[in-house]
Design a protein around this ligand. Sequence first.
Ligand SMILES: [Zn+2]
Length: 244
Amino acid sequence: MSSTVYQDEVIILKVKDWQTADKYAVCFSRAHGKVPFIAYGARYARTTGGRLIQPFALLDVQLYSGKRLDSLKTCELIALPQQLDIKQMAYASVIAEVTEALTEEHQPQEDVYELLVSAVNLLVRNNPRLVALSALCKLLVLTGFAPVYDVCVNCGKEVTGNTFFSVVQGGLICEDCHGGEELLFDSGARKMLEELLVLDFNDPQPFTVRGGDLMQLEQILYRFIVYQIDKPLKSLSFLAQLGL
Ligand SMILES: [Zn+2]
């Protein structure tokens, strides 16, 4: 049996043990999009490549393309992995889980790859909660899932002052259309969203964060994402367990 080998730069999103000696991983690659793959024998101590298959590792890999699943041929470190503390790890996991849920396999999207790499780098140096929220705002835009933020999604009117957010309708709701089911989305949280959408991960500029705005925006985005992917996010339960 012959199979094609391809090379790519990847960031690992998820790793699970597989059978007795293998690992199953999902990565996001620079040129091939999201790729799930098996690393055979990766749990044996003597397989050096296997040890590198860790969440958020940045690797140069060669993969065999398979009928159902690709498998690892070789891998090398691109950069030493970031040492993430548990809080940084928890927020990085949210980014990884949402990316996995919103993207299709083998659909190249280099801007998503760049976003993931720069987000994980920035998490270590900056407030991980804000970085994760910013990454999610950007991911929704890049994957085409972004809600309507600028006009009322119901009547199309431009909105000023206090507004609401409908998870089901996927966007802003003005005061006239507001029916009681929607979440509050006031001007502070909207301003913060604008800041997070344009935050430069390679050169982040400081901006003022009010705790109330942050909580409001987090609630809106997390509930919107869970509604879109139609299943709970495990990484959010983990954050809750940590009391974050
Ligand atoms: Zn309206």
